[in-house]
Design a protein around this ligand. Structure first.
Ligand SMILES: NC(=O)c1ccc[n+]([C@@H]2O[C@H](COP(=O)([O-])OP(=O)(O)OC[C@H]3O[C@@H](n4cnc5c(N)ncnc54)[C@H](OP(=O)(O)O)[C@@H]3O)[C@@H](O)[C@H]2O)c1
Length: 284
């Protein structure tokens, strides 16, 4: 989802030669490469010799990660280490590694790039370990960008946890909605805009970007019901952490001022505007 937005944003940079990679979702414009195949990855990098790598691949659903820790770690940590080591050996190269607000425990927001990390689930630990291998390999030429829950122009509504709420409202069935965890839904077009600025300017170090609006999933459902003029009496609010799955942190609000201080900007896309567009254009 983020990779698609980065590719779309890079089309505006006429002096960049861009190669987009994929794994299971092949399109004509993308090259298949399994990042967990170390030799193939290094061979590709040695041939293409990128000035800049924007590393958006990961197993990013906490429950999916927990069900297949070994395979998911090979992508989230080991492949990240291979990329970071290649950057270390190639002094003109820069990389952006995408990390997550889930490196924090969500108990004491807002969080700064320097705040103490304390992931509460295996996925969060893998993203924190990805940060460690980046810093160890080439801290001075790698940007670590932490982001919160992402959404955008999805292929189907189930693609992001934000647009999955849209799908639940559209089902017009009685549905239990989390009113406990506070999220900051962030549009991938905004993150792509930030990433391209980081790449072109070769900014390094640990940074964060976040949307500006706090929402629980219940709040998101109310917003979508407002757009669709749907019946909100079917919504059952849950004030407890979700049961039966990986633990989620309560509120990981990320402070983004380190990038703003460097002049990195993007026009924040608000959830109401984006939701109207997504609901009118995405197949349900
Ligand atoms: N989505 C969120 O809410 C969220 C929140 C915080 C941080 N993040 C981070 O943001 C980044 C982007 O997330 P996203 O939402 O764009 O994830 P996504 O839509 O699930 O995309 C993950 C990508 O990883 C690729 N991939 C999977 N296995 C691979 C392999 N073995 N080799 C090469 N590529 C492989 C997939 O390719 P195919 O589709 O072709 O298989 C896919 O393009 C990730 O680092 C994630 O941890 C995401």
């Amino acid at each position: 989802m983020l990779g698609r937005a980065v590719m779309a944003r890079l089309q505006k940079e006429s002096d960049c030669e861009v190669t987009g990679l994929c794994f299971s979702r092949k399109t004509d414009s993308l090259k298949i490469l399994d990042l967990t195949c170390r030799e193939a990855l290094i061979a590709f990098l040695d041939e293409f010799k990128p000035d800049s790598i924007i590393h958006t691949a990961a197993i990013r659903k906490p429950d999916e990660f927990a069900q297949n820790v070994e395979k998911a770690t090979a992508l989230n940590v080991d492949a990240t280490e291979t990329l970071a080591s290649w950057v270390a050996k190639n002094p003109s190269a820069h990389m952006s590694y995408i990390s997550s607000d889930y490196v924090f425990d969500g108990k004491n927001p807002p969080y700064f790039p320097t705040s103490e990390i304390n992931p509460v689930n295996a996925y969060g630990i893998s993203k924190a370990n990805g940060e460690v291998v980046c810093r160890k390999a080439a801290e001075e030429r790698i940007a670590i960008l932490r982001v919160p829950v992402l959404y955008g122009d999805v292929e189907e509504l189930s693609e992001s946890s934000v647009t999955s709420v849209f799908k639940e409202v559209l089902s017009r069935k009685k549905t239990v909605l989390d009113d406990w965890a506070i999220r900051y839904p962030t549009h991938v077009a905004n993150v792509a805009d930030v990433l391209v600025q980081i790449s072109l300017r070769k900014i390094a170090g640990t940074h964060q970007w976040s949307g500006v609006e706090p929402f629980t999933k219940y709040d998101m459902a109310i917003l979508v019901a407002y757009i669709l003029k749907a019946d909100t009496s079917l919504f059952v609010r849950s004030g407890e952490p979700a049961n039966g799955s990986e633990i989620r942190p309560k509120d990981c609000h990320l402070d983004r001022s380190s990038l703003e201080a460097l002049g990195v900007t993007t026009k924040d896309i608000l959830l109401l505007d984006a939701a109207k567009k997504i609901l009118s254009t995405t197949s349900r």
